[in-house]
Design a protein around this ligand. Structure first.
Ligand code: ZN
Ligand code: ZN
Length: 426
């Protein structure tokens, strides 16, 4: 069988499952759950995988679910979807909009919505898993359908790995994932090499010496030190890196003092760093620490600053060879709807999974905005103003053709790396 024959044979079943899959999507959309609380979603996913003939492992790293389908000799392909939603009140006006609430980790009652489209990832992967199981004659090998919790907090993939994911699934030869982005629905966007940035959060606490606002000579002013750090951090991008290096260093929070006539004891800075490769990431983080320490020294601070690393996301760097094959298969399947995706400054924790296995991967963008709406906004030059982006209260994928395209993309990518009948497996 050729690549196209195998793909077509699997996707021939799509018409038969489409309406059921749309119902699953609407149900997950209407019942969003925060990271690590995806109990209902995970139960539903496990049940549907089991019905499809998958060997199912539940509760991995809390609420993670993995379905394994062995179909003879051949490579192992891992497909991943994330399941969690966000503490946002949905304002899409959709008939299946969420009205859900939940208690977050700090004990607050918050609204919950699938404002990042992970519900679409879940539905697409369930659809692909179902179709692959229904067409065992079209491919050979093992399919791993992995449903990850808590992508938004950034620790879902890690928790699955530390909960011995690698003992539960065969070693994947390749891994794939996709994410809905505010591009025209029906489009798939691939990119070789760096695609999503790494994100690191750093908290810097500057220790000075408090005094009356009238007596600076008695103080070591942490407000001035913090200000110098904020300004000097700007020189990492402008003076320490090549002009061709895309890096972002943002100080998103500066907190110190309560009154104009009191020099406070300390100041706190929250810094966010975005980089696209490990070497640059290490260099930038080390520069942040160096500048913080040196500015404290320069002002005669009695103590070194406290520097704490907060949540971090790894970079998403797509394998060249794998991406080339998937891009060619997408071009054959989707024609001009297969595009090259632009570098994104958003971040993901997906890559931790293939990286833990030493497995190459590619991650692509799935368009999800009604194509006519997008085109009209584009003609007016108002895409940025009119088209809601991920994490907006108004963000929701248009159900079709997003769902069909997402299922087709996963199946098409999986088939590129699985064995096919009548062909020696790779
Ligand atoms: Zn998100
Ligand atoms: Zn997301």
């Amino acid at each position: 069988m050729t690549l196209t024959d195998s793909t077509d044979a699997v996707l021939a079943g799509l018409g038969g499952i489409r309406s059921g899959l749309e119902d699953v999507y609407k149900d997950v959309h209407a019942h969003p759950e925060l990271g690590h609380q995806e109990h209902r979603t995970a139960t539903r996913v496990a049940e549907l995988l089991r019905n499809g003939g998958y060997r199912v492992h539940e509760g991995i790293g809390g609420t993670g679910v993995v379905g394994v389908l062995a179909n003879g000799e051949g490579p192992t392909v891992l497909l991943r979807a994330d399941m969690d939603a966000l503490p946002i009140r949905e304002e899409t006006g959709l008939p299946y909009a969420s009205t859900a609430e939940a208690t977050d980790t700090s004990g607050r009652r918050v609204p919950v919505a699938h404002a990042c489209g992970h519900d679409m990832h879940v539905a697409c992967l369930l659809g692909a898993a179902r179709l692959m199981a229904a067409a065992p004659g079209a491919w050979q090998g093992t399919l791993v359908a992995l449903f990850q919790p808590a992508e938004e907090p950034g620790d879902g993939a890690d928790r699955m790995l530390t909960d011995h994911l690698s003992d539960l699934v065969p070693h994947p030869d390749v891994a794939f994932a996709q994410h809905v982005l505010p591009h025209p629905a029906g489009q798939v966007g691939t990119r070789s090499g760096a695609f999503l940035s790494a994100a690191d959060n750093v908290k810097i606490t500057v220790h000075g010496r408090g005094a009356h606002g009238s007596a600076p000579q008695a103080a070591i002013d942490p407000v001035v030190i913090a200000s110098m750090i904020v300004v000097r951090l700007q020189t990492i991008v402008s003076r320490e890196l090549a002009a061709t290096q895309p890096v972002v260093v943002t100080v998103g929070s500066v907190q110190a003092g309560t009154s104009g006539n009191v020099i406070p004891e300390s100041a706190e800075l929250l810094v966010n760093v975005r980089t696209y490769d490990d070497e640059t990431r290490r260099a930038v983080l080390s520069a942040v620490r160096r500048i913080a320490r040196a500015e404290c020294d320069a002002s005669g601070a009695t103590r070194a600053p406290q520097i704490e690393e907060g949540t971090s996301f790894p970079p998403t760097v797509n394998d060249d060879g794998v991406t080339r094959e998937v891009t060619a298969a997408f071009a054959a399947k989707f024609g001009e709807r297969a595009v090259t995706a632009e570098l994104q400054s958003a971040s993901e924790d997906f890559s931790r999974i293939p990286d833990a296995f030493g497995t190459p991967y590619t991650y692509w963008a799935l368009g999800c905005i009604d194509p006519d709406t997008y085109q009209a906004a584009r003609q007016r030059g108002t895409v940025a103003q009119e088209i809601p982006v991920n994490h907006s209260a108004r963000f929701a994928p248009v159900l079709q053709p997003t769902l069909d395209t997402g299922v087709q993309a996963l199946v098409t990518a999986a088939i590129t790396h699985l064995g096919r009948p009548g062909r020696i497996s790779r």
